[in-house]
Design a protein around this ligand. Structure first.
Ligand code: URP
Ligand code: ZN
Ligand code: ZN
Length: 481
């Protein structure tokens, strides 16, 4: 592979912002310095006037996932969209079918991804059926490079698990350094409210949100945190949607408990009023937890800025409107839950987070790359710009101005929840392990470029632990071997 020299960009990491040149060779960054001389065989990328970010890591995606009686958009389209938006790694949820083993679940997911992904990927495994045999598998699955487990406290009758499963999984995970991620909503309470709403003839999309008030999210968040404390395990709460659940996370962290959490762009930028749109258009915005009252957005931005929340993930779970969302035309319970957002999330967060002063440029990198890598066990291979790391690099031109429209998006959907949003800045070049996959804003890669990334246990959620020191030493040895 040719060497690449990225010249004169403003390099942004979670910690630093400085002008410099980056030399890339054999998939990795080999030198960072001032005025590096181009070698004869090096391709030169002029990054003058651009920021140079580590590739974004979206630690919350659902590709080609059977869900709500249909299947989400596929790897081949969504990872190209991701690459164009500056994402070079995703961590996707491999969802266990009832009765299946975890090993087979992961194998099925890899089969769906391999040869069909433009960017690297790692996996969480979503446990929906915790038998004794499955429990016995957890240590093996962690050894095989899947270090994060997901449990749903919602979606009764589908993926929901009970408290016994949650507690047991936390205990088993704790013993092997895996991190448990939780979808925190009280599925039993939602089920009752939904039956009552449907019986009363309230079938429109907006009742999806009525059936999942934030108290139901906050209660489950509190319960999950309490069970994690009992198990003496760290926990990661996914898609915190508003103030009440944010408060649960803040309180636990203030008390010194290892509780970590993410929010998603949709909760920062959209609100519940979209669910009222006429002609069933509200269905486009149906996701769980639902969009909240607008005042919650500023609370979440504060939570990101002050460290209550550690990461942003898209929860990219994309359906089309014409066929898939219409499955719930007569019953909001049948509307597939989820929205897409992987193509433009970095631009949206740059425009509405950094440019408005809500978060700094370094925090943008920390929340969308460095922390996701650290918590999901991918750091330091992924998640920063440093000598020895994978050369996953985004040359981001802040001068570009665009307006989001589904008509030109690469995500395979007939709508965008961000239709009409103005965005500043765009990736001009994107490198995946040193290979240029986006140049001048155009995708030039190959669906065979993406590789599975082995995740290590004892990630940042265990950072007070002795084991993490051992793990970090092993990783550094691996980087320089
Ligand atoms: O509505 C959502 N969030 N769909 C994806 C599955 C999940 O709950 O994360
Ligand atoms: Zn969820
Ligand atoms: Zn999700």
């Amino acid at each position: 592979m040719p060497k690449t020299l990225i010249k004169q960009g403003v390099i942004v990491t979670a910690a630093d912002t400085y002008q410099g040149d980056i030399l890339v060779e054999d998939e990795r960054i080999v030198q960072i310095g001032q005025d590096l001389r181009p070698e004869r065989d090096a391709e030169v990328i002029d990054a003058t006037g651009c920021y140079v970010f580590p590739g974004a890591i979206d630690e919350h995606t659902h590709m080609a996932m059977p869900f709500n009686g249909t299947v989400t958009a596929d790897w081949n389209t969504e990872t190209v969209a991701a690459a164009l938006g500056g994402t070079t790694t995703i961590v996707d949820f491999a969802k266990q079918e009832k009765g299946d083993t975890l090993a087979h679940t992961v194998e099925v997911w890899k089969r769906r991804a391999d040869g069909r992904t433009a960017i690297d990927y790692s996996l969480h495994v979503a446990i929906t059926d915790l038998t004794d045999a499955v429990m016995g598998e957890i240590a093996h699955i962690v050894k095989s490079g899947v270090a994060t487990l997901k449990l749903f406290m919602a979606y009764k009758g589908e993926t929901m698990v009970d408290d016994a499963t949650l507690l047991t999984t936390l205990q088993v995970a704790r013993d092997v350094g895996a991190l448990v991620m939780v979808h925190a909503e009280n599925g039993d309470a939602i089920d009752i409210l939904q039956r009552q709403l449907i019986a009363a003839g309230k079938t429109e999309p907006k009742y999806h949100a009525v059936s999942r008030p934030i108290e139901i999210e906050a209660e489950a968040t509190r319960r999950a945190i309490a069970l994690a404390k009992v198990a003496d395990a760290p926990i990661f709460i996914v898609h915190v949607s508003g103030l009440d659940s944010l408060e649960e996370v803040r309180r636990a962290r203030a008390a010194g408990q290892p509780v970590f959490a993410e929010t998603c762009p949709q909760y920062l930028l959209l609100d519940e009023s979209y669910l009222d749109l006429p002609d069933f258009e509200g269905a486009k915005y149906v996701c769980s937890p639902p969009l909240r009252a607008a005042f919650n957005q500023e609370k979440l931005w504060h939570g990101l800025a002050n460290g209550t929340l550690q990461a942003i993930g898209t929860d990219h779970c994309s359906f089309n409107f014409a066929q898939q969302k219409h499955l719930g035309a007569h019953d909001f319970r049948k509307i597939p839950n989820g929205v897409g957002g992987i193509e433009n999330w970095i631009q949206l967060l740059y425009t509405y987070g950094v440019k408005t002063g809500r978060i700094s440029l370094n925090q943008l990198v920390e929340l969308t790359s460095t922390n996701p890598a650290k918590y999901m066990g991918l750091f330091p291979k992924k998640g920063t710009i440093a000598v020895g790391t994978d050369a996953d690099i985004v040359v981001f031109d802040p001068a570009v101005e665009q307006t989001i429209t589904a008509a030109s998006q690469k995500q395979n959907s007939d709508y965008s929840v961000y239709e009409g949003f103005r965005i500043d800045g765009a990736p001009r070049h994107v490198l995946l392990r040193g290979k240029v996959i986006v140049t001048e804003g155009a995708y030039v890669g190959d669906l065979r470029d993406g590789q599975f990334v082995h995740a290590n246990p004892y990630g940042a959620a265990y950072s007070t632990e002795r084991e993490v020191i051992v793990s970090a030493a092993e990783q550094i040895h691996h980087l320089f071997a």
